[in-house]
Design a protein around this ligand. Structure first.
Ligand code: GLC
Length: 584
């Protein structure tokens, strides 16, 4: 279970040809992407039908949110069988077809793996619930505890501690009559936590990984990893003094110092990473990205702890700064410098893994506005490592207001006061201006389609050179065909304007790309974070404007830059403008 610290490993050079370098990973929430059988819910065959769209955008890998058999208490994150497909989404054969079509387009497949908990309908839980007797082989597969005697001894025993579930903020313990004990559920009551201190559980999850690796998947997105390791003494969580009632999720009334994030998590993840390193799976690069939102006030340290605690050849943590950090040039500048500087010191194989949106957080255009959504596209798509794009972000989709009678998300139902339910960012993909945005032929879909679908959809945006989709397509193709953006380093520039972030991506060594175009060895990126124009100087020699949020060649900026002549020039960016230059 012990993993040698990467600090002790000899640093080999950066490996070329790893699909994770410069990957554009498109996150598909299968319920909402494309319905192929007219039931109002997306499915695997729907994804297969849309594979060319992904290829045209320059997508190099897919992360598929859960499609396993599930009673859908948390829309698939409550898994009832790790080794099958829910009939709602299709069959194993459909999964194989989807993989084959992705493979033809050189698109890798990462699937969601949910190791912390199962559905209460999983056979392991059903068996485990039956009895606490030693004869029950599943008795220790979940976190069962006796209750605490109530003070007057009259009532049912009280829960073992004050832990709360992350979805509703209610108690994380549920009484089970059959065993006369409580079981722990860090999420919905129908998602009991597996007992990760039990080696049999760990082996069972590794067996599930092998099942999918044998089918050819390239990796996993590993769900909710911090909860896998909790205080073995089950001590109370401490009170969070910063909690604001009615504004924050009820869950955040406590810090989660004991209910999650204990150090064993790195050992458990390393064991999972070891599966990816098994001889049988060395035919191609396999990789996993772990989901852990930094809890403390030092996110950098938390990210880096994962890079040290897991083998960076096979695993990386998500970097969620794009979801949480304020949209300020100085914050980004400081973070990028510290983060990339530290990764280089830890191990040259570390893979940064940025996500700016996902199925749990409000859409970017809703959070930061449409102008920032455009400039953040340039940031995301020119960062090193893996970048994750949540379906519909490429159209600038916004959160949809969900009327109470249509609410689906258990988090919204359990904690309605916070108003932070997740349905708004999970609405159907907007393909065209026809019935139900081309998502389904059914009368209605599982969630309402956004009102703006008639104008904001794939068909219309692909005809508009100034659309968000075209911006993403340009960036996607650039990223896919550029050895520099794939493998190059990032160097943060000192800029004499506090509202501008600037960096250079450059090749450390020559890398052959499939592109027929001559490879640019250096790109300079400048982003104006403010709603006012920004003037600054740079000594980077700029050759050609490659991509701009404001239309290539149509902005004030181009008139001020003559290709590749002198240095130290003044540049002007329009409000929220971001640009990519080929540089010398
Ligand atoms: C992760 C998923 C989220 C889910 C939770 C429980 O955070 O992204 O959607 O509700 O885990 O599995």
């Amino acid at each position: 279970m012990t993993t040698p610290s990467p600090f002790l490993l000899p640093h080999r050079g950066k490996k070329q040809g790893r699909w994770t370098d410069g990957a554009l990973v498109y996150q598909i929430y299968p319920r909402s992407f494309q319905d192929s059988n007219g039931d109002g819910i997306g499915d695997l065959n729907g994804i297969t039908q849309r594979m060319d769209y992904l290829k045209d955008m320059g997508v190099t890998a897919i992360w598929l949110s859960p499609f396993y058999p599930s009673p859908m208490a948390d829309f698939g994150y409550d898994v009832a069988d790790y080794c099958d497909v829910d009939p709602m989404f299709g069959t194993i054969q459909d999964f194989k077809n989807m993989m084959a079509e992705a493979g033809k387009r050189d698109i890798k497949m990462m699937i969601d793996l949910v190791p912390n908990h199962t559905s209460d309908e999983h056979k392991w839980f059903k068996e485990s619930s039956k009895s606490s007797a030693e004869t029950n082989p599943f008795r220790d597969w979940y976190v069962w505890r006796d209750g605490v005697q109530s003070p007057d001894g009259s009532q049912r025993p009280l829960p073992p501690n004050n832990w709360r579930d992350a979805l509703t903020g209610g108690p994380a313990w549920e009484w089970a009559d059959q065993r006369q004990q409580y079981f722990l559920h860090s999420f919905d009551v129908r998602q009991p936590d597996l007992n990760w201190s039990n080696p049999a559980v760990r082996e069972a999850v590794r067996a599930a990984m092998r099942f999918w690796l044998d089918l050819g998947v390239d990796g996993f997105r590993v769900d909710a990893v911090y909860w896998m390791a909790k205080d073995p003494l089950l001590r109370n969580d401490t009170v969070n003094p910063e909690y604001v009632e009615g504004e924050d999720l009820m869950y955040h009334a406590l810090n989660h110092d004991n209910s999650s994030g204990w150090p064993a998590v790195y050992a458990y993840l390393s064991e999972m990473g070891d599966v990816l390193k098994e001889e049988k799976y060395q035919d191609k690069q396999r990789f996993m990205v772990t989901e852990a939102y930094p809890e403390a006030h030092n996110p950098l340290k938390e990210y880096l702890t994962f890079y040290v605690g897991m083998d960076p050849e096979v695993a990386a943590p998500f970097n969620f700064e794009g979801l949480s950090m304020p949209w300020e040039a100085q914050s980004w500048r400081k973070f990028l410098k510290a983060f990339h500087g530290a990764l280089g010191q830890i191990n040259p194989h570390c893979v940064p893994s940025y996500a700016f949106a996902n199925h749990d957080k409000p859409r970017l255009a809703t959070r930061l506005g449409s102008a920032v959504a455009r400039s953040s596209a340039i940031l995301l798509m020119t960062l090193p490592g893996m970048v994750f794009l949540y379906y519909g972000e490429e159209l600038g989709m916004k959160n949809v207001h969900i009327p109470p009678e249509f609410v689906q998300d258990p988090a919204a139902k359990g904690d309605p006061k916070s108003g932070l339910g997740r349905d708004g960012e999970r609405t159907p993909m907007q393909w065209n201006d026809e019935h139900m945005a081309g998502f389904t032929s059914a009368e209605t879909a599982w969630l309402p389609v956004a009102d703006d679908y008639r104008t904001e959809n794939v068909a219309s945006q692909s005809q508009d050179p100034n659309s968000m989709l075209i911006l993403y397509m340009q960036l996607g193709q650039l990223r896919k065909n550029s050895g520099t953006l794939k493998h190059g380093s990032i160097r943060i520039l000192a800029i004499d304007n506090l509202n501008v972030l600037g960096y250079v991506r450059e090749q450390v060594s020559a890398v052959k790309t499939k592109s027929t175009k001559p490879a640019c060895q250096k790109y300079a990126v400048f982003i104006n974070y403010s709603a006012a124009p920004a003037i600054f100087t740079t000594d980077v020699i700029l050759r050609e404007l490659v991509v701009s949020t404001h239309g290539n060649g149509l902005d004030g900026l181009q008139t001020q830059v003559e290709a590749g002549t002198s240095s130290n020039r003044h540049l002007k960016l329009l409000p929220h403008q971001a640009v990519v230059y080929a540089a010398a």
